[in-house]
Design a binder for this molecule. Sequence first.
Ligand code: XMP
Length: 512
Amino acid sequence: KILIVDFGSQVTQLIARRVREEGVYSEIVPFQKAAEAFAAMKPRGVILSGGPASVTEGESPRAPQAIFEAGVPVLGICYGQQTMAAQLGGEVEGGHHREFGRAEVEVHTASALFDGVWLEGERYPVWMSHGDRVTRLPQGFEVVATSENAPFAAVADEARRFYGVQFHPEVVHTPHGAALLRNFVRKIAGCSGDWTMAAFREEAIARIRAEVGEGRVICGLSGGVDSAVAAVLIHEAIGDQLTCVFVDHGLLRMGEAERVVTLFRDNYNIPLVHVEAEELFLNALDGVADPEVKRKTIGKLFIDVFEAEAKKIGGAEFLAQGTLYPDVIESVSFTGGPSVTIKSHHNVGGLPERMNMKLVEPLRELFKDEVRALGRELGLPEAFVGRHPFPGPGLAIRCPGGITREKLEILRKADAIYLEEIRRAGLYDDIWQAFAVLLPVRTVGVMGDGRTYDHVCALRAVTSVDGMTADFYPFDMAFLGRVATRIINEVRGINRVTYDVTSKPPGTIEWE
Ligand code: XMP
């Protein structure tokens, strides 16, 4: 087992994920709770994450000192390296040598961390993101690699098995990062590597049983992969104590409601309630243009509907959701963790503060592709497991500005054409997510001999591994031209089509 101490980096979960990929179980705890967790868990190794704070500020977070006194190996990443250096008697300097993005490190000395991966005297690409840097090492440490702006890019105290890296080995932009983490968890910490998704399934089932006891659970189904996997997993754990509720909020894509209901009723023996709530949602959203207000309004109504359904079945104490890690990290420091809010995903931050049901979120540590792997492990059909993600607030966040039924209808048609063409071109599985957005601007066009003054439709398609970072998909121009022509010809209300070429960051995948 590996304990990961979180100092609030946006990519802490990627560390956990890399550790899981090595077949090793890990737990993430916010630094405030690390002392207790360390004592209770007795891990074979500890990883200290990066974070937004500066060690040079007075009140900045620290790792529990006990971690350095227990004889277990420790790997500090970025802020983790800096706090480790500061706590063991070294020095860290603030500010002026900022390094963001790609950098190169040169390996000076062999280290157990580099074993079989990086060779002495060679240079390797890494991903850096730091403002501070270590300037004096604690006793026992030596420099094993340097970069132009970080003379202590990697440091090691081989005797105590303490390692620190200024770069981020957990992100894919550090090509050998996963292999370095493998060295740490497998060779240095000596974890065996026999943990699998099947083990996750068993552990998750045991956790759900312990959490829920004899209680009843309502699970919100969105039609997406996450909530379906959550439902099947919970059903395995507690059987008939689970009721699934599919809320049609009038913000679904074309044909979606029928597809979901048929799929669930035909494939599973899980009770499913189909709630038609278009009026309720669209009335509440009338005139609402602010993205966060939209998200919160929808989140609250979902809960109202779930609570009403819970009453009908004679009370349910728990609400299950397919919340994933990226939803959590980008929403709030919900776990008491230290990261910054990007947007309130309705699964998480959009929920009202006062709610009568307790949340069950068995997937909240996982990334999308891991949920897909778990779905396969649970025997869900491949066509279902491979579906693109669709956000809980639905088309509301793909219709910037105020939402009307008319706009939703236009958007649905454009979106359906776009996806049909993507499937026809055989590109669906190469793309993480593709959708149309209806912009709240009108532009002038000429069709036939007449003037038009209609909406702009933006097309978005991205590739991604986990939804945390994404690149726009490089369609060829002929494909885009074909889609644009079809949309403009077939959808009344749109006279211009654009393609979004923004990556994440700095954009997000959805427009709101
Ligand atoms: P962003 O737009 O934050 O989206 O880059 C990352 C991924 O999350 C999906 N998403 C949501 N999923 N509830 C969800 O269940 C939400 O409120 C929500 N907002 C965004 C988005 O579609 C993308 O896959």
